[in-house]
Ligand binder design. Structure first.
Ligand SMILES: Cc1ncc(COP(=O)(O)O)c(C=O)c1O
Length: 313
């Protein structure tokens, strides 16, 4: 893995499976190296890590887990970007802290530099593993191959999916030589994980994305998209902030349109433009990494027409 902090990769089939593997690896590593007490996982409020029982439990949104109780124990949630809260929660019992470098599903909210640095320092201090969930941010979307590169803070385990297969189902965790042997023969596995077709697709996608040209294109187009969205926000009064990195952006609804992002989604769809929501209050933009100027302009024109129509209705 000359392109990341890691030495070894475990392949699976989705983001949830990747996080499931990351969390299991961290629990087993903690137990094997430090004892039975080292099992606690700290995650962030509003985070999203997938829909298996373990990952909905670790995810910080009760709406995804409450119907499936009893949930696995040993998981606590702290406010995102709150260093004091993490400091108060972490202990010798903590085996892992899991963070999305940019919280995706809950609003395209980037971690602060200080937060990720503090998380790294605290994990080192308490012998806990730092897991970055880069399922949404990884493989180019932020304008770097991995979002952690923006911060210069390396995790111990990173989960990937989504852009890894450019639409084809594949997930992965990346870790170091020191941690990987924890998954010895028979301890974790997947029938279809690492299957030749998925890996061939991911390999090709990775070669296209992991070039200076593509990654700088993502940064340039991301800046243009951000400017265009800010201008639409100013002209229509619908957005109060545009945030994110590269081509992973969130437009936050203005106060008078609070929690109405879904209506923008529907309005845009009527004009043949697919956007997304990231929680009820943020419209998410995660276009193709190869987005060209014509499509960008056309998309923004359609968005503005759709918003004005929605405002007039
Ligand atoms: C940050 C993050 N982690 C995990 C997942 C789950 O990935 P999958 O839907 O491939 O299981 C998602 C999906 O949206 C995600 O955004």
């Amino acid at each position: 893995m000359e392109h990341s902090f890691g030495d070894k990769v475990f392949f699976c089939n989705s983001g949830a499976e990747a996080n499931e593997a990351a969390l299991k690896l961290a629990r087993k590593y903690g137990r094997d190296h430090f004892g039975e007490h080292k099992t606690e996982i700290i995650a962030c409020i509003n985070s999203f890590h997938g829909r298996t029982l373990f990952t909905v439990s670790v995810g910080g949104q009760a709406k995804y887990s409450q119907d499936y109780a009893p949930l696995p124990p040993g998981i606590s949630h702290v406010a995102f970007n709150d260093i004091a809260a993490l400091e108060a929660a972490i202990s010798d019992k903590t085996c892992a802290v899991i963070i999305e470098p940019v919280q995706g599903e809950s609003g395209i909210l980037p971690a602060t530099q200080e937060y990720l640095e503090a998380a790294r320092r605290l994990c080192d201090q308490y012998n806990a593993l730092l897991i970055f969930d880069e399922v949404q941010t990884g493989v180019g979307h932020t304008g770097k191959l991995f979002a952690y590169e923006h911060y210069g803070v390396k995790p111990d385990i990173m989960s990937l999916a989504k852009a890894l297969g450019c639409g084809f189902p594949i997930g992965a965790i990346v870790t170091t030589d020191a941690i990987a042997p924890t998954f010895g023969p028979g301890t974790h596995g997947s029938t279809f994980g690492g299957n030749p077709l998925a890996c061939a697709v991911a390999n090709r996608a990775f070669d296209i994305i992991n070039t200076p040209e593509t990654l700088s294109h993502v940064q340039t187009q991301g800046e243009k998209l951000q400017t265009a969205l800010q201008q639409i926000g100013e002209r229509t009064g619908v957005f109060k902030q545009v945030r994110g990195m590269g081509l992973l952006l969130g437009a936050v609804m203005a106060d008078q349109y609070e929690n109405r992002a879904g209506e923008i989604f529907n309005a845009a769809l009527k004009h043949g433009l697919m956007v997304l929501v990231a929680g009820p209050n943020v419209v998410r933009f995660a276009p193709s990494l190869l987005l060209n100027n014509e499509d960008l302009q056309e998309g923004m024109q359609r968005l503005e027409v759709a918003i004005n129509e929605w405002l007039a209705a």
